[in-house]
Design a protein around this ligand. Structure first.
Ligand code: PEP
Ligand code: MG
Length: 579
């Protein structure tokens, strides 16, 4: 049994066998097996070879059709290596004699094979090492049960163990039986974390080397509350966690009774609780959890799930589906926030040195006006179907906002010329997620209908701490006094300027911050649907006067630790089962 501690990014407790995926390099652990497991590993090896050969045959056929037999023959070498009995026998011997897992034995033998090619005199033969590497990757992928397509074939619940997943890879997990995710890298507000949380899949990230410690099929306990992963647990631990699983389920079902109750404080102040979504199908879950609307629709996921750019019609259909599902409830559609950790295929081909400070979000849109206008026209078309609002991300100054609004004006003109109806008075807002926007908030407020504070980015840019980097995860915190004072100033400015202000970063769904945020005057929250019941419970258990007292005290503290300890204690006093 081994226990690993990471960052708890999505709550819940699950116990299931592991499926191991390493998206970057196939770093296969040196795992010893017991004598009774040898036959199983040999069988697994045989299947791995068969699957790899089948893939090569398909590729060869397709290549032959498209480019001719000459070009297709480049796969003959791959075919030859994979069908050679000698290599397979050698790996099988390795498994039998040394009792290594099939993946480890195959990796070792193929590495040895590569070394032999590398030592060849003949340059042409030496070049073959690339092909051997390719064969190794293919075989290991098959031996480890890798790739998303394979995950869709999972026929039992499993915990996915990976070095890393991109937000687009995680987007496909909804169609699989994956019930938990554990990763070597990642942090609380990385987009991969956000996606799995919105799917309600418990997850622990920043575990450093979990992908090298777990083998395919190992039993794993994933505790997304404490941020623990228990590998090959003993009976005592299993019993303890089965009880914990039941306890959490009971708590969730208790809170579900709040669904139709209003989010109103004990002294009668109403708070709106909206939900963040990435995919149209989430609208159903949003309604089940009792959200009053969509406070942030992260539309860029439309791009991330497909290889090609979505058309105006595809954009429109996605927005329309959400708007229709939400009826008269507001739907705030955020324009494309591509770049940084959410990159398109073409952006992946040209990685930036510093992508979070690079061509992301509104900057990307303003340099790529055509796809931006395609999206704006689609949002406008959907605007007559409900209460649709537009929000621009990562605004860092007035010129950017004005340029974005001008482009919106152009999109309106396009539709007018075509005689397509839209809401000319569609409310336009911005995300306040750069320190620059926070400092210039009064000027920005004059030119928008609403603002929404994106604390995920605001924290990273205020503290200069990468939101997705597990190595600095302990420095990434909303409790830092600099962050809290910035939030106070933004909310205060919005109240003075009579501009609707919401908060849609992950802080909105963290119970520890609810009292503080209420206390500084925030009345609109938007969060992952699953967080709504717990936040509503806290709101219904306090008064505004009490929250204001808490906020005043919090703003006197000098360090993040003092803030977190105080807020945790005060929240627990009100709602003991919170946190
Ligand atoms: C944020 O930055 O807080 C936010 C809500 O947007 P995203 O997480 O998509 O960057
Ligand atoms: Mg953001």
């Amino acid at each position: 049994m081994e226990i690993k501690k990471g960052i708890n990014v999505s709550p819940g407790v699950v116990i299931a066998p592991a499926v191991v995926l390493d998206a970057q390099e196939y770093r296969i652990p040196r795992r010893k097996i017991d004598a009774h497991e040898v036959e199983g590993e040999l069988d697994w090896l045989r299947k791995g070879f068969e699957a790899s050969l089948a893939e090569i045959n398909l590729l060869r056929e397709a290549m032959s059709r498209q480019l001719g037999e000459d070009i297709a023959s480049i796969f003959d070498f791959h075919h030859g290596v994979l069908s050679q009995e000698r290599i397979r026998d050698q790996i099988s011997d390795h498994i039998r004699k040394n009792k290594y897992s099939a993946a480890y034995a195959a990796r070792e033998d193929l590495r040895d094979y590569q070394r032999r090619f590398l030592n060849m005199e003949d340059v042409v033969l030496r070049e073959r090492v690339r092909d051997v590497r390719d064969i190794e990757r293919r075989l290991l992928r098959n031996l480890c049960g890798h790739v998303a397509e394979d995950l869709t074939h999972l026929n039992h619940p499993a915990i996915l163990i990976a070095h890393d997943l991109t937000p687009s890879q995680s987007a496909n997990l909804a169609q699989t039986k994956v019930v938990g995710v554990a990763m070597d890298v990642g942090g609380l507000t990385s987009h991969t974390a956000i996606v799995v949380r919105s799917m309600g899949i418990p997850a622990v990230m920043g575990l450093k080397d979990v992908s090298t410690q777990v083998s395919h099929g190992d039993t794993v306990i994933l505790d997304g509350v404490k941020g623990l992963v228990v590998i090959r647990p003993d009976e005592e631990m299993l019993t303890e966690y089965r009880l914990e699983e039941e306890r959490i389920q009971a708590m969730v079902s208790d809170l579900s009774g709040l669904r139709d109750k209003p989010a109103v404080t004990e002294d009668g102040t109403r708070v709106t609780l909206f939900s963040n979504i990435e995919f149209p199908y989430e609208s159903r879950m949003v309604l089940e959890k009792g959200a009053g609307g969509i406070g942030l629709y992260r539309t860029e996921f439309l791009y991330l799930r497909s290889e090609t750019e979505p058309t105006e019609q595809e954009h429109y259909e996605a927005y329309s589906e959400v708007v229709q599902a939400m009826g008269s409830r507001p739907v705030i559609i955020r324009t494309l926030d591509l770049g940084a950790d959410k990159y398109t295929q073409s952006q992946a081909m040209e990685p930036e040195r510093n992508p979070f400070l690079g061509l992301r979000s509104i900057r990307y849109c303003l340099q790529n006006l055509e796809p931006f206008k395609v999206q704006l026209r689609a949002i406008l078309r959907a605007s007559i179907e409900g209460d649709v609002r537009i929000m621009f991300p990562l605004i860092s100054g007035l010129m950017e906002l004005r340029q974005a609004k001008m482009t919106l004006g152009d999109a309106m003109e396009d539709l007018e010329e075509l005689g397509i109806p839209f809401n000319r008075d569609i409310p336009v807002g911005i995300m306040v997620e750069t320190p620059a926007a926070g400092i210039q908030i009064r000027e920005l407020n004059r030119e928008v209908d609403f603002i929404s504070i994106g604390t995920n980015d605001l924290i990273q840019y205020t503290l200069a701490v990468d939101r997705g980097n597990e190595r600095v995860a302990s420095l990434y915190t909303g409790s830092h006094p600099a962050v809290l004072r910035t939030l106070r100033d933004i909310v205060r400015a919005a109240i003075r300027d009579k501009v609707d202000c919401s908060l849609c970063g992950e802080m909105a769904g963290e119970p520890m911050y609810t009292l503080f945020l209420l206390g500084i005057g925030l009345r609109h929250f938007s969060m992952a649907a699953g967080d709504i019941p717990e936040i509503k419970n806290i709101i219904r258990s306090t008064t505004i006067g009490h929250a204001q007292k808490i906020a005043r005290r919090v703003l006197t503290f000098d360090t993040a630790r003092q803030v977190s300890n105080f807020l945790r204690d005060e929240t627990r006093k009100l709602v003991p089962e919170a946190l």
